[in-house]
Design a protein around this ligand. Structure first.
Ligand SMILES: [Zn+2]
Length: 319
């Protein structure tokens, strides 16, 4: 979560020291322990827990009961093989777990297996996972052409085994699944950066990929965030995808979940779609950002509310 610290400036809540102070990673690249009284929540956090389309954010410790007929979603991303080190208090029960990719450091098959065991044990009825640019063994073309040589020169993995080892979830790669009536679509691609897996050139390549998103998606999971939402790097540059934003805003997508830019952790809205950056790891790769939890009303009610929000905001026509 983005915060402002008196006399120090903006940063991100990194770790609760549980002694009345929090460790803050400042936007200027430094970090330090700060008393709770000096921390102000930054503007990016919506003042209300109720979103325009009816979605309700659930705050830690997530003990608030959900309403009858509603569905609780818990979102993680960018756990980078450190799922076992996520604080126990950050593992609330839910109906559906969503993970927006980078569950390994560089696609190590041992980490895929260990992540699968973690998923199997997680207290959620459904788990939906996509890959990210770090899950290089899931991008067979990339891994065989360049990834293995670059990252595992001494011990190449058999990347044809990667998907089979990921169990305990539904894995989406440019595909969709319906869970509890909600249509969920997942895609690992992001604008190219330093030649990692699932990279696409901005412009034509990205646009081509995003037009594959079906028009009737309720919840979209992409590894990379849309431009302007959860995409601000510590350098201040916004690294999100403009073309993804365009495609989201041409559909009545209720929730867009991403990760990738660890410093972009948090939530924002354009008045219709709720954008979540659920990066579990902080900028310095500590798995201490709490999961983002929301309750969604029954799907018909949610779609209706989203259409009215879209009409009210004059943002897009009802689909
Ligand atoms: Zn990451």
């Amino acid at each position: 979560m983005h915060v402002k610290v008196l006399q120090r400036g903006p940063g991100i809540l990194a770790l609760d020291n549980e002694d009345g102070t929090w460790n803050i990673e400042f936007d200027d690249g430094t970090d330090g322990d700060v008393p709770l009284g000096d921390i102000e929540t930054a503007e990016e956090t919506p003042p209300s827990n109720e979103h325009a389309n009816g979605i309700r954010m659930v705050a830690p410790p997530w003990t608030e009961p959900k309403l009858e007929g509603w569905t609780r979603f818990v979102c993680f991303s960018d756990t980078h093989g450190l799922h076992g080190q996520i604080p126990k208090k950050h593992l609330p029960a839910a109906d559906v777990l969503l993970h927006a990719g980078d569950f390994t450091n560089t696609g190590e098959l041992e980490q895929v297996e260990s992540f699968s065991s973690w998923l199997e044990a997680y207290p959620a009825a459904h788990k939906v996972v996509i890959a990210g640019n770090h899950d290089i063994t899931f991008d067979e073309y990339y891994y065989t052409c360049r990834g293995a040589l670059r990252f595992h020169p001494r011990r190449e993995y058999d990347c044809t085994k990667a998907r089979g080892l990921l169990t305990g979830c539904t894995y989406l790669q440019d595909s969709a699944i319906e869970v509890g009536g909600y249509r969920i679509y997942g895609s690992p691609w992001q604008p190219a950066f330093c030649d990692w897996a699932f990279n696409l050139e901005r412009g034509v390549e990205c646009r081509k990929q995003w037009t594959m998103i079906p028009s009737d998606v309720d919840i979209l999971i992409t590894h990379g965030p849309a431009a302007g939402h959860g995409d601000r790097c510590s350098s201040g540059i916004r690294a999100g995808c403009e073309d993804l934003l365009t495609e989201i805003q041409s559909r009545s997508i209720l929730v867009a979940v991403a990760g990738h830019i660890h410093e972009g952790y948090g939530m924002s809205s354009d008045g219709v779609t709720l954008y979540l950056n659920a990066s579990t790891c902080t900028h310095s790769y500590r798995p201490t950002n709490p999961p983002i939890v929301f309750d969604a009303p029954p799907v018909a009610m949610l779609r209706e509310a989203t259409v009215s929000a879209a009409t009210a905001a004059g943002l897009r026509p009802p689909s």
